[in-house]
Every structure is written in C-alpha cells, then in structure tokens.
Design a protein around this ligand. Structure first.
Ligand SMILES: [Fe+2]
Length: 54
C-alpha cells in the first residue's frame, strides 16, 4: 500500500484507508481510481499526484 500526495495542495490519498465517504473502499490502489477522479480538496486531476514517501 502506498500514499500519494497532491502536489498542488498537499492532500494525501492513503491506499490503505481509501475514501469510504466517497465510495472508495480501503485498499484501493491509486492506479485503480477512475481516470476522471480528482483531488477532493482542490479538484486537480490524477496526474497532479505523486508517490508520497515522507
Ligand atoms: Fe489537491
């Protein structure tokens, strides 16, 4: 499981947690999110995210 960070606003998507409030189950890989998924904080597209290693 990885974490991905939005380089625009700093929002972190944690694959282990998913986004249950948005219908995304825990354990959902970032790459499995729909292509039209956007950052829930700032609305940036998936390509604005990178792997978070911090
Ligand atoms: Fe964002």
């Amino acid at each position: 499981m990885d974490k991905w960070i939005c380089v625009i606003c700093g929002y972190i998507y944690d694959e282990a947690l998913g986004m249950p409030d948005h219908g995304i189950a825990p354990g959902t890989k970032f790459t499995e999110l729909p292509d039209d998924w956007v950052c829930p904080e700032c609305g940036s597209p998936k390509d604005s995210f990178e792997i978070y290693t911090g």
